[in-house]
Design a protein around this ligand. Sequence first.
Ligand SMILES: NC(=O)c1ccc[n+]([C@@H]2O[C@H](COP(=O)([O-])OP(=O)(O)OC[C@H]3O[C@@H](n4cnc5c(N)ncnc54)[C@H](OP(=O)(O)O)[C@@H]3O)[C@@H](O)[C@H]2O)c1
Length: 180
Amino acid sequence: MILHHPVNHYLYAYGMLEKAYQEGKLKAIGLSNFPVDKIQEILDHCKIPPMVMQVEGHPYYPAEACHEFCDAHDIKLQCWFPLGHGSQELLNDPVVVELAKAHDRTPAQIVLRWHVQMGFTPMPGSRSEGHIAENAKIFDFSLTEEEMQKMAGINRHTPFYKVTPESLARLATTKCNFEE
Ligand SMILES: NC(=O)c1ccc[n+]([C@@H]2O[C@H](COP(=O)([O-])OP(=O)(O)OC[C@H]3O[C@@H](n4cnc5c(N)ncnc54)[C@H](OP(=O)(O)O)[C@@H]3O)[C@@H](O)[C@H]2O)c1
């Protein structure tokens, strides 16, 4: 189960996830969008460290600070917007297209393979049966070291999702109606 940031009383909420984990009700505990200083705060207080961290990640924004921190603490990075939210700019990026041609794959498969070789777990979204099947076929080829370097060269250090005070406030006050 994933605890999303922002959330009030996150240390208390995390403790509830730990309890559920200890009772065998959860297989893993994850975090989403927590800044590194707050992950550290959780690590300082928890008995069971988080196993997964979800963050926006793709070749244009490989979430470097979070990646480095999570690697150091053995937390698996799971990327949302792994295809840049279907960004045509990313899927038509000359480097991505060049590698797609070289491997006889689609640009999406090149991007998803890049995730795997970065050690990320991409979670692509799709409403297309064809895309879902295509996105799963990324384990029978690999990008060379040189090709991974080329992919590193397209890093823009900029996420697609822009966090604003308003979007944070909206998320922090969202209430789920589990009855519905
Ligand atoms: N934790 C968080 O805060 C957070 C935030 C945002 C999103 N998420 C989650 O992250 C997941 C992914 O997000 P996302 O779906 O917005 O981003 P995404 O996976 O980067 O992009 C999805 C878009 O890419 C297209 N696509 C998928 N496979 C493709 C392919 N093989 N070729 C060409 N286009 C392809 C999809 O169109 P088609 O439908 O036509 O395939 C869709 O428009 C979702 O489960 C979402 O709920 C989590």
